[in-house]
Design a protein around this ligand. Sequence first.
Ligand code: HEM
Length: 342
Amino acid sequence: MQSPASQPSCPKAWVCLHMIPALMAVGYPWYLAMFYQFRLSERIAEALLSLGLVFAVPGSAFVSLYALGRTPSMRSEGVVLRRVAYLAFVSPSLFVIVGVFLYLMKIDGKDVQVWVGFWLAILCAALLVLLGRRGPIAPAPSPVHMKAVRVMHGIAALVILLVFLVAHLVNHTFGMLGADAHREVMLVLRSVYRSPLVEPVLLTLLFFQIISGLVLVESKIRSRQGILDVLQTASGAYLAVFIASHINAVFVLARYFGTETDYTWATALPKGLLADPWNVRLIPHYVLGVWLVLAHIACGLRVVLVAHRVKRCRASAVCWALIVASTLWAAVIVAGAVGVRI
Ligand code: HEM
């Protein structure tokens, strides 16, 4: 993909290239359905190919964000395309929240229609905005302007990590030992994070993270970005939707209606996530939710290290090492969630 500055005579081709993630996102429900069907009929190669298409939606959006982030002088078209790419990147969790909302509204079997309608509206709006917007824009505001938000976002993240998130992910690691082992750990942890003192604070901090995170992503929408910067903002955008979707599922879909929110519920046991055409959407939602929350923390740590005068290359090396470790941890958690047991 070429930058607008290097290809001013051919903006249409450039715009079309960056529309690929949005166009791919339109087909997201079909890739999931194909994966489910092929796995059911044990056509493993086709199932893996379909799974590849599922992940190609956020994957292509990431490539687009990376290419747009390398643009030397940002044009206004680039800002619109970045917003569309962020939306495509969050597709896996967006499709879950759409499904849960429709289920709560008792609208049965219309997920695909709503999804396609939503994306056609986004594509139409983006093209209309692009028709009216051309040319270079003012440079991004200095990051100094966002310092207070960044510090508050970082402090809130640290509290969430220490009070809940590390324990929550350790809890899910026990999933590989089975639902009973997971439950034993969960009951101990619940006495802390479900206590009347901790739970409201935790939820307030999570909502603050969603809002402050989106403000920070927006503040970077005109900036040049390297790969770790893109990972940080894209994972932040993803988490905003993942956390909203996850909290809605836990508190509204389940707890409000008296459903026990244990591992059996979260991973659709005893049939499992792979054995139901609706639940299959939870697999990419969980894969990216766990992996990106860890990667996001690693990228945040890199910024903190650089701010404390650690050499940029050393901070990036620490960050990459943590991303590798995050990948392994996420793989173990997701393996347990899809039914692998030791
Ligand atoms: C494989 C991935 C995940 C699964 C299967 C999962 C599952 C669950 C389950 C079963 C609960 C209910 C716990 C209970 O009733 O005590 C829960 C609660 C929650 N999860 Fe997750 N989770 C996952 C990842 C995450 C991530 C990455 C985050 C944060 C970014 C997160 C944030 C939360 C929050 C805030 C709650 C509510 C805690 C409360 O009850 O106060 N989860 N999750």
